[in-house]
Design a protein around this ligand. Structure first.
Ligand code: S5P
Length: 453
């Protein structure tokens, strides 16, 4: 392997970096322009590069390699050939037909994938790639980058908990080229000044609004109540008590009641439902100060949903403070729940292969923001400030189940999604000590919220 400096000098001859006055995609003028694509025209240099990148990853453990499209694809391919680690290919856009997969290749859930990027500026392309890769239940820990333009991208990713290795920074490249008289002192100075004046990407920690601030924005009485309970109890935990007997449910509600802001229910799985059960549950909710959240996930035309909400044996409208509903049937269908029950719409699901892609989520948000009775959404990514974010699929000890569920930690959902409330099911009710476990989740959720506010 030739050394880094020698590699750069050879690569420079291919025209990978140009000096002058360039207008970047962002509209900003830059005194240099970097394009590493010509490296693929030299098999010798591409191989050298791949070995340098692999060397940066010498202490990392990974089972797959993935390049950020398009410039890093040949680099990732070369790394795969040199290391015998399988490659996966990320599409820039879905095919629009067939499987609509965004990742091509053979891989299994929970495999660790290293990402390769040619040039990092803001880190935005990498963040998008990470999201796609993680959506397929792969794990990303390490990222390797050929050139850092020193504009905050690396810090952004490190802030999100990823290890980022880079072969060169632009400052280093300038020094090497200057040392070899490929750049005049004046040019080098101009570029350094440009770099110093620029963290173009803000690396400040992105913060979220506090519950106190949200209380000023949220006008629905149920949203206000929920936020008040959260502040009083220092909890953002919703226990999803998915058990099938009323006795078991009441027992769990009693045990976890002090730790939570709401109990989420699937009333239709209770085998011995009765009105006595409902009144007992209401009593516990009152005594322990939490809300009743029926996760009915309505998904029909307005008229049918209204019947399901008000009639039948459950009479949900009579006792539920909050309900979940899909928006698949359009805006009108959500109105039937009236003004007093807090509606939480399903904008994005936690399960593998869900159909709630970005376009669906955007439409669900639009409907939710316009509806006066919607207080927030169930989702797995950020929402506008006007809506409260409820995130299920939270578990501190498991990454998923055999039926498509995908779990995240409380820390991750507060940091990355700015969630407001975590929904925990099996993490609590399936444990041997649900009370202690609920306290663990309450504490983890509250601390994660505090760390990001
Ligand atoms: O996308 C979703 C939406 C919901 S409401 N994914 C989910 O898992 N849920 C619900 O959250 C699900 O129906 C279950 O009641 C709970 C998650 O339970 P766990 O045992 O997987 O934590």
């Amino acid at each position: 392997m030739i050394n880094k400096e020698e590699f750069l000098l050879k690569a420079y001859k291919l025209g990978i970096i140009k000096f002058g006055d360039f207008t970047l995609k962002s509209g900003i003028h830059s005194p240099f322009y970097v394009d590493l694509r010509p490296l693929a025209s030299s098999p010798e240099l591409l191989r050298e590069l791949s070995n340098h990148l692999l060397y940066l990853l010498k202490d990392s453990q990974y089972e797959l390699i993935c390049g950020v499209p398009y410039a890093a694809l040949p680099m990732a391919t070369a790394m795969s050939l040199e290391s015998d680690v399988p490659l996966i290919v990320k599409r820039k856009e879905s095919k629009g037909y067939g499987t609509k997969k965004m990742l091509e290749g053979i891989f299994e859930e929970n495999q660790v994938c290293v990402l390769v990027e040619d040039v990092i500026t803001s880190g935005k392309s990498l963040v998008e790639t990470i999201e796609e890769v993680e959506k397929e239940a792969l794990k990303v820990k390490d990222i390797v980058v050929v050139l850092d333009r020193q504009q905050g991208g690396i810090e952004l990713l490190k802030n999100r908990g990823y290890n980022v290795f880079h072969l060169f920074s632009i400052g280093e490249v300038i020094d090497i080229l200057y040392k070899h008289s490929l750049l005049s002192a004046e040019e080098a100075k101009k570029i350094k000044e440009f770099l110093e004046g620029k963290p173009m990407v803000s690396i400040q920690k992105v913060t979220r609004s506090s519950y106190e601030e949200k209380l000023k924005v949220q006008t629905h009485p149920v949203a206000q109540k929920l936020l008040q309970i959260a502040m009083q109890k220092e909890s953002n935990l919703i226990a999803s008590l998915d058990v099938t007997s009323s006795a078991e449910l009441l027992d769990l509600a009693e045990k976890t009641g002090d730790q939570i802001v709401a109990v989420k229910l699937h009333t239709d799985i209770i085998s011995d439902f009765s009105s006595e059960y409902v009144s007992e549950l209401k009593n516990i909710a009152k005594e322990k100060n939490f809300l009743l959240f029926e996760d009915r996930k309505f998904g029909d035309i307005g008229n049918t949903q209204q019947l399901q909400f008000e009639k039948g044996i459950y009479k949900i409208s009579e006792w539920a403070d909050m309900i979940t509903s899909h928006v698949i049937a359009g805006a009108e269908s959500v109105k039937v729940f009236g003004e007093t029950t807090g509606v939480v719409t399903i904008a994005e699901m936690s399960s593998k292969g869900t159909l709630t892609d970005g376009a669906y989520k955007a439409k669900a948000i639009e409907i939710s923001e316009k509806a006066g009775n919607v207080i927030g959404c169930v989702a797995q990514s950020k929402l506008p400030e006007t809506l409260l974010l409820f995130t299920p699929g939270v578990n501190m000890t498991s990454s998923g189940d055999s039926k498509g569920q995908q779990f995240n930690t409380p820390e991750k959902v507060f940091k990355e999604y700015h969630t407001d409330f975590i929904i925990v099911g099996r993490g609590i009710y399936a444990s041997s000590d649900p009370q202690a476990e609920a306290e663990k989740y309450r504490k983890a959720g509250w601390e994660s919220y505090k760390n990001n506010v």
